[in-house]
Design a protein around this ligand. Structure first.
Ligand code: NDP
Length: 288
């Protein structure tokens, strides 16, 4: 079987192109979409990620502001900053780069971001709306994955979707999105028994566990659609997914590459979300 590559790089470009006219329309109304990224301390990987977000936004004409805080910052200071940004009408999206240092309660920080500006869709109100099938914003990685199904006309309705991993940023919201699209969803995690028996039943397998090349060709049903979210360094320092591509290739019908699959889509969706929020703020103000 010829496995078709789900090209995230190409699709991300398409998503960004779609945004150009919308951003121009907003600007004609005097609104410049603006995203604020808060980075506390920050390891090298986060800094690179933030830089990439910044670069993409700049190309599109989305204003971004990076606020870097010391690792030792007090929780109260961070909360005050979020309050100020919540009240600032020129800010449409607020993103706090996770993980946060230990002295800060990440839950409290996420709760503090106004749901209307929560570009990551992590605020409990947004998570709740998603589970009630009335989403206000979708977490960027699962939202990006959904785009593949739309772009390649891959039906989700009635399919058995097996998700490996139940994190708040990927697995759980992905399950809700697929359920909202009428799939039959199985969520698996580290305590799941007979995991591989379940993955073999998947029409659509979505893997987000952070374990290099964990899922192999034998673990999938021939013809399955496989989405590899993982980004891991193997022993040779090479970037690899959670799926072993050498054995899954030619067994899957569709497969996202690593790199160039899910990753570029995450950033593209962050941009789209910021534009969505800017448009909604314009509607709210009656400016259009
Ligand atoms: P987390 O570490 O937050 O969650 C991992 C999940 O995988 C947990 O639910 C865990 O189960 C489960 N898990 C771990 N080991 C196993 C196992 N042996 N069998 C079954 N389930 C297992 O990871 P994230 O969701 O944040 O990220 C997952 C991967 O995706 C990482 O490689 C990350 O780098 C990548 N990623 C990529 C993004 C992109 O844009 N391309 C964006 C976000 C993440 P339990 O809950 O029981 O502990």
């Amino acid at each position: 079987m010829m496995t078709i590559k789900l090209d995230g790089k190409k699709l991300a470009e398409k998503v960004k192109t779609r945004l150009i006219q919308r951003i121009a329309d907003l600007k004609s109304k005097g609104i410049k979409p603006k995203l604020v990224v808060i980075l506390v301390g920050g390891d090298e990987a986060s800094k690179i990620y933030v830089r990439n977000k910044h670069r993409t936004a700049q190309k599109l004409g989305i204003e971004t502001q990076d606020i870097r805080l010391q690792r030792t910052v007090k929780e109260s200071e961070l909360l005050t900053l979020i309050k100020t940004l919540n009240a600032d009408d020129s800010v449409h999206g607020i993103l706090v780069q996770l993980p946060l240092p230990e002295q800060i309660d990440a839950k409290g920080v996420i709760n503090a971001i106004k749901p209307e500006k929560d570009v990551d869709g992590f605020n409990p109100q947004n998570v709740g709306s998603l589970f009630l099938n009335d989403p206000h914003s979708l977490p960027c990685t699962p939202a990006g994955i959904l785009q593949f199904f739309e772009e390649y006309h891959l039906p989700v309705c009635g399919k058995h979707v097996v998700i490996v991993g139940r994190s708040n940023i990927v697995g759980r919201p992905m399950a809700a999105i697929m359920l909202n699209h009428d799939a039959t969803v199985t969520i698996t995690h580290s305590k799941t028994k007979n995991l591989r028996k379940l993955t073999r039943q998947a029409d659509i397998l979505i893997v987000a566990i952070g374990k290099a090349e964990f899922i192999t060709g034998e673990d999938i049903k021939p013809g399955a659609i496989v989405i590899d979210v993982g980004m891991n360094r193997n022993e040779n320092g090479k970037l690899v997914g959670d799926v072993e591509h050498s054995s899954v290739n030619e067994r899957a019908s569709y497969l996202t590459p690593v790199p160039g699959g899910v990753g570029p889509m995450t950033i593209a969706m962050l941009m789209e979300q910021t534009v969505n929020f800017a448009e909604r703020s314009a509607d709210f103000d009656g400016k259009n």
